[in-house]
Write a protein that binds this ligand. Sequence first.
Ligand code: GLC
Ligand code: GLC
Length: 825
Amino acid sequence: MQYGHFDDSNREYVIETPETPLPWINYLGSESYFGLISNTAGGYSFYKDARLRRLTRYRYNNAPLDSGGRYIYLRDNNASDSARTWSPSWMPTRTPLDFYECRHGMGYTSIRSKLNGIESQTRYFVPMGENLEIWELTLTNQRDEAADLSVFSAIEFNLWDAMDDATNFQRNYSIGQVEVVDGVLYHKTEYRERRDHFAYFACSEKLTGFDTQRDDFLGAYRGWDSPKVVETGQSADSITHGWQPIGSHHVKVQLKAGEQKKIIFILGYHENPKDAKFDPPESQTINKHTVLPVISKYLKADEVEKAFQVLRVHWDNLLEKFQVTTPDVHTNRMVNIWNAYQTMITFNMSRSASYFESGIGRGMGFRDSAQDLLGFVHLIPERARERILDIAATQLETGGAYHQYQPLTKRGNNDVGSGFNDDPLWLVLAVTAYVKETGDFGILSEPVTYDNKPGSEEALYGHLQRSIQYTLDRLGPHELPLIGRADWNDCLNLNCFSDTPGQSFQTTTNKDGKVAESIFIAGLFVLAAKEMADLVESYKLKVSGLTFNVQPSTFYLEAANKMESTIWAAGWDGEWFRRAYDDFSHVLGSKENDEGKIFIEPQGICVMAGLGVEDGRAEKAMNSVDEHLATPHGIVLQQPAFSKYYLHLGEISSYPPGYKENAGIFCHTNPWVMISEAKIGRGDKAHDYYSRINPSAREGIGELHRCEPYVYAQMIAGKDAATYGEAKNSWLTGTAAWNYVAITQWILGIRPTYDGLQVAPVVPSAWEMFEVARSFRGVRYVVRVERKGSGNNVQLAVDGKSISGNIIPLPAENVKEVQVRVTIN
Ligand code: GLC
Ligand code: GLC
């Protein structure tokens, strides 16, 4: 069953019913001001940090699930009874509508509905460069007679620190404060003391009334579905003193038959200089000199339209950087629109705020951020550069890494600490991806601190060397890398041995960590060490007079080779790669095991690192994946699932079989197999796996999949689960970046290299042709690929001239566009 459809030409997903299985959401804002918005206008807003600067209140895990948002109520002042009041976004009143449609687009959401001849459309977005959101409501009277309507807006302010707001009621019920001046509702809790920021909620129309105190608006014992003020049509003009500050405007609208009217609401965040907070200075009244011009600008319909067009152009320009036309519609729309969009959202949000991440939890992950970068580096290379430098500055002198850092302070998070032994290696992949994309070798000599300590600066290049050395310094009994607290799989906690409820599996360590080893890290090491060898070679060619010590490429190659031999000796099980050795030095991910005989991660990472590609063992590993792990809904993480809790394995065995890391389809790992399949030349298989978890391709099974069909979810329940095929944790997942890499770089085969753009497609045999337009280092490459034979060999003609090899040489400086013809034989 489908709940909507894609409108690809407008880059929108159109939801046709408010009753989607879960709230299907979108994000507003891409700079400092952000919001989450569901298809029924639920969600919340914040400035920069979802925990510390939360503008509006949202209660997670509520009933109904999606309560609280950017609500508008309409009241038909002439109607006698039924449907006298309703929500044009359906929630929260849930009044049945005659028509409903929600369009989620790039950075905006528009909800249109009709009831009894009154059409309303609300477009929500954040203008570029501003710290505010606009709700532009257009009302149309489609009746044959005049309509007398009341419009009520409603939001609930959060007292800034979302964690404190949800817990510290003995204080918070006394501190809420507002100001209401000229129809603008200002939320200024704590402004009188240490805050220099406030929120405001303004409306383009003359108000009939307003409310700022929740109980006065709703009425005691009522919820957002039946506010007393909306029911009676009488605002209370309430002023908050403590309790729950809200914002609600009341506007009366008379519409002749056929008449249309726009009403604009803006919700914003504003800061004043510390010494100019009040006006007059000795008062406690907000100084509004700098905020008023912003408010009056965006209450004008033409300014709103202009800002909306700027937003559209912004996204068009971003997405134009990579556009593809293939025979597969799901590939096209994910690559051209939604997958790229999702990678940008993971750049903005990391893992902080979604409908599954509460915005008060995790900081930015070291490994998560490094991997996310692989998906957006070509879209926003300058910001990728900053991100790399921020991440690297939290690295430790040992080469290790804080597992997370805090976005506001950009410092390592001591609560979680370090010791996730894969973390530093991801930095190598991020930096090399960035340099290949941009050719900016200069980043390698940027001085970067360790643990943010001034005086500890070393060239970024040195950080990479230490990342590699970190693994070499921590080898176990089989000469394989020690796993530490966990490797990529946060739940494979081999040194934890936790038997106490409530302990964090990630930070509890009861073993000395000198025994348990990870074959996944070994594979990742080979991949990263080979990247380092390539980088060193290219770097030496590009830069002369290096002022710091660079290990020769042979150092990295030898280290990679040695690790490869170790993997073949201790990490190969005959048909597939093993997963780990536990604290007793017993193997995991082997025929010898009863449960957890085979895991996906080492198959993907080892083959990506090139292991066994030449001698058929990679193919064997991939065939084992197909046989033991692949399902129609994607590839599960391991088999057989763990049926009980194993003290020595940790969180992985804490999940019921089929969910999350215990044999769920953990989508992040699937693209590693797609890439591996492409590496061994099996385009049909690679694209088949791609399609199994492609959300667009799953649109038709919406009642099973349940999450949004336009973005990836972290997990789809595996075959051992009761709800096999059900997705969870949409939006903020490394799945976004890796699927993007798999399809664009390995299946379509358009890969940035140090020397130019490479074209090495491994596509389905039925594809006769496809086209790509891609910007790369300031040049637009228009690549047209045609299949002439059934293999994967390519012949390139660049601007009409045949070249040898598959890397398009960088053109002369003034060339802005290059035409490439490719035949696959
Ligand atoms: C979560 C974490 C990620 C980890 C993965 C597997 O997605 O954010 O860092 O690799 O789970 O456990
Ligand atoms: C849980 C999740 C895992 C996530 C981790 C983050 O263990 O299962 O996916 O990476 O929490 O701390």
